[in-house]
Design a protein around this ligand. Structure first.
Ligand code: SF4
Length: 485
């Protein structure tokens, strides 16, 4: 295995980062599934360079913080983590063990050189489109350079992903993510993604199929297609005609061994007829959709530049539910956007009541430097935002509980993914993306089994193998309940 250094000299793997064979990398991931995916790919880029993963910071020769800029005070949280890392780096240096520290992801993209300036402990800063260049960056950092690499070259990253998926299976589990699209052209006024991930770029069909086939061959049963605006994906079919996400999903369903498909995150404007029809026709497409609306007020939706109104959203949800009546709808909400009045917030509460969600993420608005929202007048006091968020979250929690309770007593297919919390228990996923704890032997990991839902916990459903030989453990008192076969 070789790698190209910055001056194009070909280096054997062991020479990378000063001889990395036997070294350890600790990757901490913040934020979205796209970052989880990128962290996995970083570990795979580093493996041929002699790095294995560790869960213990103190053992790590290389620490990477893969950051997210969506949440409140993201940059400040990274700087405070870097303060802790400085102490570990100093202690390891006293023991004669050098440590390289990298900051990756969207905070790296947004802050760039500012990170190295504010936190000299950092050796390398690289944006979401640069992780495939890690071996080169490590050579430079190990040589004492402060590396900042935040250029956009998404096509190069996609090409690297294609090469990587040819070389090694990307999966070690029954379900996996697959990036099909990155970046966004929507420019919602609260969001940093168009600035940190760049313009919307779709990955070519051939690359996606190749990776999906590799994942299926490695034992993956369920794939979640990822993209910041995933339903904007577009490509060219083998017939030379334009394909959208619905057509892509139909093609992926033909891949041998793939039983389940999901995708996230979608914009309401990009839910086209073909994609809605896919929900109607495809048993492989799970009956779950994350479709953020952010606000129920037309005035605030316009200020957010969401490019649709509340009635458009109602009509869209009606069409989707007509196509897939049992579908679980999920969403994102931001409360306290600049200028949001009590009446605007009442419209959001009304929208939530009318739509009814199975699960949602909700946040207080916070200013993101460089976004139009940050410069808007009428920023709301924190106390107002907190009160509104609490009210909204009470309603959303009630809806989630009601949705989960509606599964009690039914039998559904569960993908059993890993060992559960208790001995003899496995954790799986329902079609509606709920965690399900099931009494089952390890041999069933990676299989899809019919499971009867027998109890509902705060964060999980509890089930037993339908017609199987195993009982269930009560979430209430841990007692074993034998199934009636
Ligand atoms: S559609 Fe999503 S990713 Fe794109 S700008 Fe809006 S919130 Fe950000």
């Amino acid at each position: 295995m070789t790698s190209r250094s910055t001056n194009n000299k070909i280096l054997p793997a062991g020479e990378i980062a000063g001889g990395a064979a036997g070294r350890k990398v600790f990757v901490r991931t913040y934020g979205c599934q796209m970052n989880v995916y990128d962290s996995g790919r970083m570990a795979e880029v580093l493996a041929p360079q002699g790095y294995s993963q560790t869960e213990t910071l103190e053992d790590a020769d290389l620490v990477i913080l893969n950051t997210c800029h969506i949440r409140e005070k993201a940059a400040e949280k990274v700087y405070s983590e870097l303060g802790r890392l400085r102490k570990i780096k100093d202690e390891r240096a006293r023991a004669g063990k050098p440590t390289l520290i990298g900051v990756a992801g969207c905070v790296a993209q947004a802050e760039g050189e500012e990170i190295s300036r504010r936190a000299p402990v950092v050796d390398l800063v690289f944006g979401p489109q640069s992780y495939h260049r890690l071996p080169d960056l490590l050579v430079r950092a190990a040589g004492g350079a402060k590396v900042v690499e935040t250029e956009f070259d998404i096509d190069e990253k996609f090409e690297h992903l294609a090469e990587q998926s040819k070389r090694m299976p990307l999966a070690r589990a029954a379900s996996a993510f697959l990036t099909v699209q990155e970046g966004c052209d929507k420019f919602c006024t609260f969001c940093v993604v168009p600035y940190t991930r760049g313009a919307e770029v779709s990955r070519p069909l051939g690359q996606i199929l190749q990776e999906a086939e590799g994942l299926a061959a490695a034992g993956v049963r369920e794939i979640t297609l990822l993209g910041q605006n995933v339903n904007a994906w577009h490509g060219e079919g083998p017939d030379g005609r334009p394909w959208g996400l619905g057509r892509l999903l139909r093609r992926l369903a033909e891949v041998d061994g793939l039983d389940r498909l999901r995708y996230t995150t979608s914009h309401p404007r990009d839910m086209d007829d073909e994609l809605i029809a896919a929900h109607r026709d495809m048993p492989e497409l799970m009956p779950y959709l994350h479709l953020p609306v952010q606000s129920g007020s037309d005035r605030i939706l316009a200020a957010m530049n969401r490019k649709h109104g509340r009635d458009d959203y109602f009509r869209l949800v009606d069409r989707i539910r007509e196509a897939s009546p049992g579908l679980a709808l999920s969403g994102d909400f931001i409360v306290g956007f600049p200028g949001e009045t009590d009446a605007d917030f009442a419209d959001t509460m009304d929208l939530v009541r009318r739509v009814g969600y199975a699960s949602c993420f909700s946040f207080k608005y916070s200013q993101r430097p460089g976004t139009p929202g940050a410069a808007m007048a009428d920023q709301l006091p924190e106390a107002v935002k907190s009160t509104r968020l609490a009210e909204l979250q009470t309603l959303l929690s009630d809806q989630q509980r009601a949705f989960n309770a509606s599964r009690l007593g039914i039998t559904c297919d569960v993908l059993l993914e890993k060992k559960g919390r208790q001995a003899g228990q496995l954790t799986g996923k329902s079609p509606w993306l709920q965690a399900v704890q099931v009494d089952a032997p390890d041999a069933l990991i990676g299989t899809i089994q019919p499971v009867e839902i027998v109890d509902i916990g705060a964060n999980s459903l509890f089930g037993r193998l339908a017609g199987g030989q195993y009982g269930s453990i009560s979430p209430v008192d841990g007692s074993r309940q034998e199934a009636a076969f």
